[in-house]
Design a protein around this ligand. Structure first.
Ligand code: NAI
Ligand code: MG
Length: 328
């Protein structure tokens, strides 16, 4: 029995969460859910977007399923990453059938450092304009590279590519690149590669099948993740994981999509695939594959899918179809 915290949040976050919990009922894994509040609605009611009670609930759980927040997303999700020290941001780039993917043969993963780099928020106005500070520590670089190698090993992947710009950012990305090669010594079976971020952005378009596991700093990872999402279809399909030493938080990449909210037309796939990432994190790999395969069948058939995938099913109808594949 796993202790799971559940934060549906705002807008379509609530709808895709309902759909996903419905599907998870058909999985052979026991969950003990604790629901918690965060987001715009909670802010309107109480004046706080992310109450301490929610942080505590997530801290005492093994994993958290998060739907989406609206305008308060930064306060909620960025704060949660800091409070829980969720230092890994994991984004699979995987082609699924029946979707608008540009490439139909991709299966790689981006491991993004989530706590430092250019996103630490140290900006300062100067006489001439403004400056931002980029912090790259050996400790954070080592732990993210270690995570990438361990992830590759666990998931049977053979190659890890470090992405950086060490020719220009000699000191900061020098630390990152050195940490990568130092950590690599502990994984002699792994194929290694390192590339500049600009060239990587180009190879995403021209030869993306060359990648297996990518490990990179915060800003580069943010940009490449969205570029990767663009390669394999719309926002309704892209899951993500935020992982720390003690727990993981799993969420679709999309937000609360206020224009779609309340209509029951949101694609539940990104949230369902976030649950797949959660099952893998909990090392329930068989259940993860079953759930993913059930979704793939529904996407492949293309009959009971939401409007963004060219169908006319509701969020819940598509979820029920996935569930029926699991129960078949
Ligand atoms: P969004 O991801 O909510 O929606 C953008 C567009 O993508 C939608 O209008 C829709 O056409 C499509 N879309 C997204 N998810 C979909 C799904 N499951 N099924 C079908 N189509 C889908 O991004 P937007 O409009 O920029 O932001 C809306 C709100 O969400 C904002 O308040 C923003 O702050 C918040 N947000 C929250 C995030 C989070 O909680 N992690 C992440 C991104 C945005
Ligand atoms: Mg982003």
């Amino acid at each position: 029995m796993y202790k799971i915290s559940v934060i549906p949040g705002d807008g379509i976050g609530k709808e895709v969460m309902d759909a996903t919990l419905h599907v998870l009922e058909a999985i052979d894994v026991e969950f003990d859910y604790t629901f918690a509040d965060a987001g715009d609605e909670h802010m309107e009611k109480t004046g706080v977007a992310l109450p301490q009670e929610t942080v505590d609930i997530v801290k005492s759980s093994q994993a958290c399923l998060f739907g989406a927040a609206g305008e308060t997303a930064a306060d909620v999700i960025v704060k949660m990453r800091q409070e829980l020290d969720l230092y890994v941001n994991l984004r699979p780039v995987k082609s699924y059938p029946g979707t608008n993917c540009i490439f139909d043969n991709l299966d790689f993963v981006i491991v993004r450092e989530n706590t430092e780099g250019l996103y630490i928020g140290l900006e300062e106005e100067t006489d001439e304009g403004a400056t931002a500070t980029r912090v790259v520590t050996r400790k954070a670089s080592e732990r993210i590279c270690k995570y990438a190698f361990e992830y590759a090993k666990k998931t049977g992947r053979g190659k890890v590519t470090a992405v950086h710009k060490a020719n220009v950012l000699k000191k900061t990305d020098g630390v990152f690149k050195d940490s990568f090669y130092q950590m690599a010594e502990q994984y002699p079976e792994m194929e290694l590669d390192d590339r500049y971020v600009d060239a990587t952005a180009m190879f995403f378009i021209t030869k993306p099948e060359m990648f297996d596991v990518i490990v990179t700093t915060n800003l580069f990872g943010d940009i490449l993740s969205d570029e990767g999402a663009g390669l394999v279809g719309g926002l309704g399909l892209i899951p993500s994981a935020n992982i720390g030493e003690n727990q993981g938080l799993f969420e679709p990449v999309h937000g609360s999509a206020p224009r779609h909210a309340g209509k029951g037309t949101a694609n539940p796939s990104a949230m369902i695939l976030s649950a797949v990432l959660m099952l893998d994190y909990l090392e329930e790999n068989d259940a993860a594959r079953k759930l993913e395969e059930a979704l793939v069948k529904v996407l492949e058939e293309g009959k009971v899918v939401t409007p963004d995938l060219g169908g006319n099913a509701s969020t819940m109808e598509m979820a029920a179809e996935v569930r029926s594949k699991l129960e078949a």
